[in-house]
Design a protein around this ligand. Sequence first.
Ligand SMILES: NC(=O)C1=CN([C@@H]2O[C@H](COP(=O)(O)OP(=O)(O)OC[C@H]3O[C@@H](n4cnc5c(N)ncnc54)[C@H](OP(=O)(O)O)[C@@H]3O)[C@@H](O)[C@H]2O)C=CC1
Ligand SMILES: O=C(O)CCC(=O)C(=O)O
Length: 482
Amino acid sequence: MNAILKNYIAGDWVEGPGISRNINPSNTNDIVGEYAKADPAQTQKAIAAAKAAFPAWSRSTPQERFDALNRVSIEILARKEELGRLLAREEGKTLPEGIGEVARAGQIFAFFAGEALRLTGEKGASVRPGLEVEITREAVGIVGLITPWNFPIAIPAWKIAPALCYGNTVVFKPAEIVPGSAHALSEIIARSGLPAGVFNLVMGSGSVVGQTMLEHPDVAAISFTGSVGTGRRIAQTCVASTPMKKFQLEMGGKNPLVVLDDADVKVAVEAAVNGAFFSTGQRCTASSRLIVTEGIHDRFVEALTERVKGLVVDDALKAGTQMGPVVDQTQLDQDLRYLQIGKEEGARLHWGGEMLNRETPGFYMQPAIFTGAANAMRIAREEIFGPVACVIRAKDYDEALALANDTEFGLAAGICTTSLKYASHFKRNSEAGMVMVNLPTAGVDYHVPFGGRKGSSYGAREQGAYAREFYTIVKTAYINPV
Ligand SMILES: NC(=O)C1=CN([C@@H]2O[C@H](COP(=O)(O)OP(=O)(O)OC[C@H]3O[C@@H](n4cnc5c(N)ncnc54)[C@H](OP(=O)(O)O)[C@@H]3O)[C@@H](O)[C@H]2O)C=CC1
Ligand SMILES: O=C(O)CCC(=O)C(=O)O
């Protein structure tokens, strides 16, 4: 076994009081690595380091910020195959998906390197004679970044890069089950030329490291992606703390993909397969509800089933694998529990859902399609976060739209149609933060806002230039030029 990989605090790599093991979900005999696990005291040291570094970093020049973020981007992109392999090995998404995610992380750092150089701010006349008014943005302070396991490098990238770009200092806590990509990213950031303390990595559990960050008065803001339950607790703690913290939550989805009678079946099937089953369905943007109108329903289900039957489920690192394993036993148990719930609710498990044996012991599961699902069923209302799709029959477009919007979530929604009229109407009337036409609900660009409505998201949007809303505070200055 290699050395235990350390936390990064105040510019030093430090051992943790505990150790966690990173296990390959494609082969549970394969230990990806051992990683430091922090306690509250170590987390507090990271917060103190971020506090000490904040005054200087918040006043750093755009050139310094550009240089650091640009170096990070260059190294990530140069090493995308190697880092993609590590990501696929620890999380279970396929190697092409892993490499794609790493490339996305590199592009995000490039975007925010550029963003650091972009001038912002407004100056105008006051309503009072002779006075001037300036509106500027300042860094928020120490930001705590809490990330999930399903995008082990892209989600950290889309929080760390804007946080640093706008002059904040960072304490980063990755998900405990996937510390590998987070650690590799942190090593790259550590050699990017940032002053000590500007960026700190604190690996460990949510209930210890995350909770310490939430309760610490010096942490000014928390950006979180993960489950609704944890998101809600974070919101309550941030509001109850003194001073109150700024927070941003990206949580679940139960994203509808509407397939209308006039859809191109091939396009619809590809959108559904990609949206529901790629990345093993472990995306908050996954197309977990397929809402299909009468006239195309049977043709669509038949073509979808044929396509899904052909998906190669195997070791994430094997050439030709199209769907990797579920991330861990807990998530697999949740997926299997929902298959049981669906059957008990009266939906038909049309295809899949079997556990699979492969050469190595891993969490392999066939993708599953429920038909005859009703939107009121738990399988259509609750986020499963696995390779499980429910087909819900709709009479016509109006009913399909109503069903699509009948959810507590509102992250992404898609429609497959060749009608401009329906596509435009759906775009306007969908109650989701992101709308896709003839595309999967999952898979987004890195330079535009990401986020949802209703129970999916809270606070300012992430990604693109909109990220500025969360990572800066507005200051209004009045000047009397005497
Ligand atoms: N929207 C999305 O993208 C995601 C949604 N999910 C949903 O959540 C379910 C459970 O996944 P899970 O990983 O447990 O999600 P969690 O919400 O528990 O975890 C997300 C992050 O929050 C941390 N965390 C957990 N508890 C606390 C706390 N009390 N204070 C601060 N931080 C905390 C976790 O740390 P640690 O890893 O140490 O627990 C992790 O870094 C999935 O089945 C899925 O439905 C999960 C991942 C992503
Ligand atoms: O669909 C995507 O590209 C992003 C999904 C995502 O952010 C998530 O699942 O957490």
